[in-house]
Design a protein around this ligand. Structure first.
Ligand code: AMP
Ligand code: GLY
Length: 435
């Protein structure tokens, strides 16, 4: 089979790496891909990465990629990024007879519209923070005053993971809501906002591979969104992740499947927009059980980098079964091991950062079976690998225990160098410090 992976980050490198292990793959392509994928996949210089808000431009990119895929005889396409999904890449490919794994635009609303997903959860009684949606500032402010702080204000649309503001003070909540609705923060993504109850607890993510009616969950994962150790500082796209996260016990895992994932998939089906693809459940483990913080309609980055190495199945088998509505025929075989990813970032990220720093040391890791380095923001310049993004590398390692996986990951980090390399030293600390 000829398989195309859409995207260019660490998540997509992990997808390419895992798919490359399938004996049924004749050739892999990545659009646009990155230098880390080049030994495994042909890089296709077509980008589908315009924000979903710039509809026409994104549409043109999707058309161009579909033209290419038809011409090349691509048998299956796997999509990484949320913008392409929210922009209808799956609908378009399907209309043109191309097989593709991911949710349709209507199904991707579970991520692209918080108002949609919150209303759905409320309607069918899925546990989540109590909320109200607003498009008008005066009503939002009145509601915030009535509820009091702490309270959470969110842009409804896609905002690169930065659209949620946890407000400990009333005044902050009011000004955040006013700013978002005035279009000052997050542009059109903030033309509708969700104001919701503050939930206390530990956060964990559960990923479900879905075929519209059936689903299979992966190992529970925890990512590290804040830039500094101890979860301090501004949020990033994710500075590291590990699995399995012991916080989601097997009992809570089952509860999440039964009370959250199954009813949401059934409701999506009932609404005529069945969800096929990866349902990312961001959960808060509250005193009253797991509650949904948010849904995403794709793999997490860097969660994908730690979940795929644990899966012993052929990923192609799983994805094909999902596209064909036959996930009930598959069982996920997870290695009884742990996996940890430490993100090496450019100094200054998530604010401004330099690019073009030479990266060295990766050669010393080739041939290692416990460690793999996924590229996120890298580029080849005159045959020298250099940094080209905020998150540069996802240094990933397996181990028999989380402790071993952490040690293996940091051993690999120590072997890699670029000027200004920054990474957290405490990835998986929550698991290691459990009583
Ligand atoms: P979101 O963009 O909805 O995933 O939110 C980003 C982050 O804000 C989450 O990972 C949580 O840490 C925090 N957060 C979001 N909603 C809530 C809530 N209702 N209560 C407490 N923290 C929240
Ligand atoms: N790691 C968080 C995300 O992918 O949204």
């Amino acid at each position: 089979m000829k398989v195309l992976v859409v995207g260019k980050g660490g998540r997509e490198h992990a997808l390419v790496w895992k798919l490359a292990q399938s004996p049924r793959i004749e050739k892999l392509y990545a659009a646009p891909g990155n230098p880390g994928m080049a030994p495994l996949a042909e890089l296709v210089p077509i980008r589908v990465d315009t924000p979903a808000s710039e509809r026409e431009k994104l549409n043109a990119e999707i058309h161009k990629l579909a033209d290419w895929a038809l011409n090349e005889g691509i048998d299956l396409t796997v999509v990484g990024p949320d913008d392409a999904l929210a922009g209808g890449i799956v609908d378009h490919f399907q209309q043109r007879g191309l097989k593709i794994f991911g949710p349709t635009e209507a199904a991707a609303r579970l991520e692209s519209s918080k108002a949609f997903s919150k209303d759905l959860m409320q309607r069918i009684g899925v546990p989540t923070a109590v909320h109200r949606s607003f498009t008008d500032a005066d009503s939002a402010v009145a509601y915030i005053r009535q509820q009091g702080a702490p309270i959470v204000v969110k842009a409804s649309g896609l905002a690169a993971g930065k659209g949620a503001v946890v407000c400990m003070e009333l005044e902050e909540a009011i000004s955040t809501a006013q700013d978002m609705l005035a279009g000052n923060a997050f542009g059109s993504a903030g033309s509708e906002i969700v104001v919701e109850e503050f939930m206390q607890g530990e956060e964990v993510s559960l990923f479900a591979l879905c075929d519209g009616s059936h689903f299979l969950t992966l190992a529970p994962a925890q990512d590290h969104k804040a830039i500094f150790d101890g979860d301090k500082g501004p949020n990033t796209g994710g500075m590291g992740a590990y699995a399995p996260a012991p916080a989601l016990t097997s009992e809570l895992h089952r509860e999440t499947e039964e009370r959250i994932i199954a009813p949401v998939l059934a409701e999506m089906q009932r609404m005529g927009c069945p969800f096929t693809g990866v349902l990312y459940c961001g959960l808060m483990l509250t005193g009253e059980g797991p509650k949904v913080v948010e849904f995403n309609a794709r793999f997490g980055d860097p969660e994908c980098q730690i979940l795929l190495p644990l899966i012993q199945n052929d990923l192609l088998d799983i994805i094909e079964a999902a596209c064909d509505g036959q996930l009930d025929r598959i069982q996920i075989d997870n290695a009884p091991r742990a996996c940890v990813c430490v993100v090496m970032a450019a100094e200054g990220y998530p604010e401004s950062y330099p690019k073009g720093m030479a990266i060295s040391g990766l050669e010393s890791l080739t041939g290692e079976t416990e460690q793999v380095v996924f590229h996120a923001g890298t580029e080849l310049r005159d045959e020298q690998l250099v940094t080209n993004g905020g998150r540069v590398l996802g240094v990933t390692a397996l181990g028999d225990t989380i402790h071993d996986a952490v040690a293996n990951a940091y051993k690999a980090v120590d072997a890699i160098h670029f000027d200004g390399a920054y990474y957290r030293r405490d990835i998986a600390h929550k698991a290691l410090s459990r009583p």
